[in-house]
Design a protein around this ligand. Structure first.
Ligand SMILES: [Fe+2]
Ligand SMILES: [Fe+2]
Length: 178
């Protein structure tokens, strides 16, 4: 059974924080930083895209329009900050400034989603119970469309989700790598 939406989002947000903290590790090698950035890039883009797509049908609801507009503008800010980080040489001072900034805005956004968006969805979105399943499916679809700059190892829980998805639709091969 799919966990509820707040739990799924909290899990991803914690993973992004962990990955961004690794990118700030001064002892990490350039190869570690590039690997870490690639995993973060795919996860963050797939997560935000899935949120935007799942929220699309309910974004005009008067009680939800402000919270969803805030989510969209935060996603755009994260996209810009991520692009800046991707264009920065790993391990430099500039890299750490950009990685730190991205960690701050992702963290702020995660807290906003839990404190503002989730209660609003629970109270005003009749489709709230089905949003978790829609999000999980859409995130996997997005992941399947994104191209990593080099093969990456999926975290076990994502591999399990992806294999469950594959058994359902047969879209993805069963393997360790994307
Ligand atoms: Fe999120
Ligand atoms: Fe978000």
């Amino acid at each position: 059974m799919t966990a509820d939406l707040p739990t799924l989002l909290r899990r991803d947000h914690a993973e992004f924080h962990r990955e961004l903290t690794l990118l700030l590790d001064p002892s990490a090698t350039v190869a570690d930083l590039q690997d870490g950035l690639d995993g973060l890039r795919l996860g963050l883009i797939a997560h935000a895209e899935a949120e935007d797509i799942v929220l699309g049908p309910i974004e005009t609801s008067p009680r939800l329009v402000d919270a969803i507009r805030e989510v969209r503008s935060s996603h755009l800010a994260q996209e810009k900050a991520l692009a800046t980080l991707v264009a920065t040489r790993p391990g430099t001072d500039a890299w750490r400034v950009h990685a730190h900034y991205l960690r701050e805005i992702v963290g702020f956004h995660a807290r906003h989603e839990q404190a503002q968006l989730m209660p609003a969805l629970r109270d005003h979105a009749p489709t709230f119970p089905s949003l978790a399943g829609l999000f999980a499916t859409e995130r996997l679809r997005q992941l399947g469309m994104l191209v990593p700059s080099q093969p990456i190892l999926l975290p076990p829980e994502l591999r399990a989700d992806r294999d469950r998805f594959a058994q359902g639709s047969g879209q993805f091969e069963r393997s360790e790598m994307l």
